[in-house]
Design a protein around this ligand. Structure first.
Ligand code: GDP
Length: 526
């Protein structure tokens, strides 16, 4: 693999809300030299504000609802961190983002261990064999005993864990973190409790922590005993097992107090794979191939409200991309010149003159690029693996001002492309039906349609509860089913038909009555 490509690390952070993903992201960017930080709290407030400029709902609810990309360079490694929304209502966007990474950092709260959202996201990573580094955060607060935590996580996820760090005391007893990879200890500034990490002390023997001022015997003994027990009971690190997604190295740290953040960056540099080969329907594409290829995993409308632009986020899968290149938009079978591709740095954007496999570039366009689309230099490839999940809530959209129907359609089209909502058009006519995974998405939709497109809408109950894509091997049987259910069938934006069921019971009943029809809750895009 060309060195320019091999030095890229494209990853995401997965976690349950509140585990510390935002804080850790800020610290990774800080230690990666991408942002300056006057103080965590201030930076945090600023970040929220700037982001909210174009996303009012975030400001109102104080949550992060969109994913973006942050690129930074440290010690010769280029990190592409793909941000994923933490709220469970936005899982579809998260799943798509995970299709574009080569590794993931799983963050959890040391007091809580595995939580529902962590487990869900972990399962997606496992499906794709994404290697995972575990970061157990908030060890400066009262927490579970580290051994108990490791046991629980390993059992819960059926995953081998190897501790690479160990907390010396937790909560009020917190004194520092042992770095087990290079026998040293990270200590708080001035030995002060609750202070940020400030000092590294090399250790010729781990037991030397007993000699460090401020670490009393009880705390030292517990930590040393924990390390011994863990090392006796847990497997040793095996890079192959990690790369295959069966084993995860574990770091203990505090994102807030800067403990463990640099170790995490080092681990990504050292162990996480560079850009991985990607599967296309026709063949597997290697990152080192000459030809530029990539796929769209996300589309974001109105990133800049003044420009009403629509940016497609493209994960490059192979080759060296240069600005102004003419690429083949495979689905349309049309060439497109990529004249103003962008890189993202936290809040900022910059024109990308060149980019390599593993990088994410933003391609401004007017709706030609959709999620799941493949771009190549010449070959008619189609990358696979971008899912659509059946919605869990359905509503009918009601427009208050009939003159604005056109704007509404445009808004729904944009937001559907972003993955905020799915839009279904009944084949027998009538109002469009909107589907989402979680209630919050409806609120985001209403707010954005009103603010960004000037179309206030209300949402009313739909007679249907579930939507399922359906198909049949025999076209005559499919047609017969369609004819018998015209009032319950709609098409999605790709023209694929869905059956709308008024209840789970009804769906089951139809499944039994029409055994030749296959109903699916998952569909591959493109
Ligand atoms: P997210 O929802 O996963 O993005 O979590 P945030 O980064 O917003 O963190 C949630 C809360 O936990 C915030 O109040 C943070 O200040 C706090 N927090 C994050 N990391 C740490 C840590 O290492 N130690 C302590 N004590 N608090 C933390």
């Amino acid at each position: 693999m060309p060195p320019e490509i091999a030095r890229r690390r494209t990853f995401a952070i997965i976690s349950h809300p509140d585990a510390g993903k935002t804080t850790l992201t800020e610290k990774l960017l800080y230690f990666g030299g991408a942002i300056q930080m006057a103080g965590a709290v201030k930076a945090r407030g600023e970040r929220r504000r700037t982001r909210s400029d174009w996303m009012q709902i975030e400001q109102q609810r104080g949550i992060s609802v969109t994913s973006s990309v942050m690129t930074f360079e440290r010690n010769g490694i280029v990190y592409n961190l793909l941000d994923t929304p933490g709220h469970s209502d936005f899982s579809e966007d998260t799943y798509r983002t995970l299709s574009a990474v080569d590794a993931a950092v799983m963050v959890m709260d040391a007091a809580k261990g595995i939580e529902s959202q962590t487990r869900k996201l972990f399962e997606v990573c496992r499906l794709r064999d994404i290697p995972i580094i575990t970061f157990i955060n908030k060890i400066d607060r009262e927490a579970e005993d580290p051994l108990t935590l490791l046991d629980q996580i390993a059992a819960d996820l059926a995953l081998d864990l190897v501790p690479m760090a160990w907390p010396v005391g937790m909560g009020t007893d917190f004194r520092g973190v042992l770095d087990l990879m290079s026998n040293r200890i990270l200590l708080p500034e001035n030995g002060e409790r609750g202070a940020s990490f400030g000092r590294v002390e090399p250790l010729s023997d781990l037991a030397d922590i007993r000699k460090i001022e401020g670490i009393d015997e009880r705390i030292a003994d517990r930590a040393l005993e924990g390390v011994e027990l863990a090392q006796g009971a847990l497997p040793t690190f095996d890079i192959e097992a990690f790369r295959e997604g069966h084993l995860s190295p574990v770091f203990f740290g505090s994102a807030l107090k800067n403990f463990g953040v640099e170790q995490l960056l080092d681990a990504l540099a050292q162990w996480a794979p560079g850009p991985l080969p990607r599967k296309a329907t026709q063949r597997t594409v290697e990152p080192g191939e000459d030809q530029v290829t990539g796929f769209v995993f996300k589309v974001q409308a109105n990133m800049d409200p003044n420009h009403r632009d629509r940016v497609a986020f493209v994960r490059l899968c192979s080759g060296r991309f240069r600005r102004g290149m003419k690429l083949l938009h495979v689905r349309d079978n049309k060439p497109m010149t990529v004249s103003s591709p962008t890189f993202f740095f936290g809040q900022g954007r910059e024109t990308a003159d060149e980019a390599y496999a593993g990088d994410i570039i933003g391609v401004p366009n007017h709706g030609t690029l959709r999620v799941g689309d493949t771009l190549t230099e010449k070959e008619g490839l189609k990358f696979t693996g971008i899912p659509n999940f059946a919605p869990e809530l359905l509503r009918r959209v009601v427009i208050q001002d009939a003159m604005k129907a056109k704007q509404l359609n445009r808004a729904l089209d944009d937001l559907a492309e972003e993955g905020i909502v799915q839009v279904f058009t009944p084949i027998a006519g009538g109002r469009q039906i909107l589907g989402v995974v979680g209630q919050l998405q409806f609120e985001v939709l209403q707010s954005r349609v009103a603010n960004e497109y000037g179309v206030p809408v209300t949402l009313e109950q739909s007679p249907f509860e579930l939507a399922r894509w359906f198909s049949a091997d025999d076209p005559a049987k499919l047609q017969k089913f369609v004819d018998a259910h015209r009032g319950e069938i709609a098409t999605d934006r790709d023209g694929a038909m869905v059956f709308l069921a008024e209840s789970a019971w009804m769906l089951k009943y139809k499944g039994e009555k029409f055994p030749d029809i296959k109903f699916a809750a998952l569909r591959e895009r493109g």
